[in-house]
Design a protein around this ligand. Structure first.
Ligand code: SF4
Length: 342
């Protein structure tokens, strides 16, 4: 049976009209679906029992359900969500002093096979529907409020999967997350992170999106990047850079370059030089991320000294750098670790 959230407002309006329902019913139902995030028709207390029964005969709720919850010693939560068809994805809640960030998945598994990322060793099973992405955000928001008495402040699409290979569902989820009739969050608090699908970056720019864009870069020469991120073969750095410049020219949003610092793989000063040369071509900042080892690969975290030397070299060359300490390492919730133990 179809999830009621899968059909458009127009279709739902037509169906209700054909059942002889008054027009205000649609508003009530939409409120239950997106603002109150109902997960059953029984919860719709201001809808008549007859209509609820009729709705339940035609539609269902394919809600995602928190299945496994792990809490890190640093306060990070990792939630394993079970999908209606028994697939499994993960979302992470990262509390810091000034932010409450949800990191959400966009696909079950991933087809891009980045060698340093646990998800890259899983096959892509399917794309998430926009309401499944919305559900992740809503459930992580519930946990934030219950555990910390705060709502989410930021959302990053950096969980399992490549968001731009599930483009329309991701964009639709953002519409509902930002709509005053949904979660009402500001698009400026949302970051979509991509391994670098140039064509789709241009498409986003053409659609005048207002959220932020991050690139999983991790190496700034084609030879090196292709060895750790096979997507670079079809989207080489010069093509990616043109797309980034185009995105910036259309949106005015500074781009974030994400760079996991891996011991003796991409943490040499010559790597920093290459990164500087790349970053200077567009308005951007660099997030240097501590690498989190995974079971499937032999990569190691760069030492504190090497990472600091790398960061300093970037700064001396006028690149804006943030050094990101890993969060949730003890529960495999840190960057690149999702699905490490599944
Ligand atoms: S880093 Fe992102 S794109 Fe690459 S394999 Fe992992 S989830 Fe997929």
């Amino acid at each position: 049976m179809q999830d009621i959230r899968e059909i458009s407002t127009e279709e739902l309006t037509n169906i209700l009209e054909s059942w002889g329902e008054k027009s205000f019913r649609i508003k009530q139902i939409l409120e239950w679906l997106w603002q109150k995030q109902a997960s059953s028709f029984d919860e719709m207390s201001n809808i008549s029992r007859d209509l609820r029964t009729r709705l339940s005969e035609h539609f269902t709720f394919n809600t995602i359900k928190p299945d496994v919850t792990q809490r890190s010693s640093d306060g990070t939560f990792k939630i394993g969500f079970r999908l209606h068809d028994d697939h499994f994805i993960e979302g992470v809640l990262i509390p810091t002093e000034d932010r409450m960030t949800a990191c959400v998945s966009s696909q079950v598994g991933c087809s891009l096979s980045c060698t340093f990322c646990a998800t890259g060793y899983l096959k892509r099973k399917r794309n998430l529907k926009y309401y499944e992405i919305f559900d992740q955000v809503a459930r992580l928001n519930d946990i934030a409020q219950k555990e910390y008495g705060k709502k989410l402040t930021n959302i990053v699409f950096m969980g399992m999967g490549e968001p731009l290979l599930n483009y329309s569902e991701v964009m639709k989820s953002i519409d509902f997350i930002t709509s005053p009739n949904g979660l009402g969050m500001s698009p400026q608090r949302i970051t979509v992170s991509t391994a670098g699908i140039a064509k789709m970056i241009r498409k986003m720019a053409d659609e005048d999106v207002r959220f932020n864009l991050a690139i999983s870069l991790h190496a700034a020469t084609n030879t090196k990047r292709s060895t750790i991120m096979p997507i670079n073969d079809s989207n080489p750095l010069e093509v990616l850079m043109e797309a980034l410049q185009y995105f910036y020219s259309k949106t005015g949003n500074r781009i974030t370059l994400e760079y996991c610092v891996i011991n003796h793989v991409n943490d040499l000063l010559e790597d920093a030089e290459e990164l500087i040369a790349f970053a200077k071509q567009v308005t951007c900042k660099v997030n240097l991320i501590e690498y989190n080892p995974i079971d499937m690969a032999d990569y190691e975290r760069s030492s504190g000294n090497r990472t600091e030397r790398f960061a300093k070299h970037l700064e001396q060359n006028n690149i804006i750098v943030n050094l990101r300490r890993s969060r949730g390492k003890d529960i495999d919730a840190a960057c690149g670790q999702l699905a490490n133990k599944h």
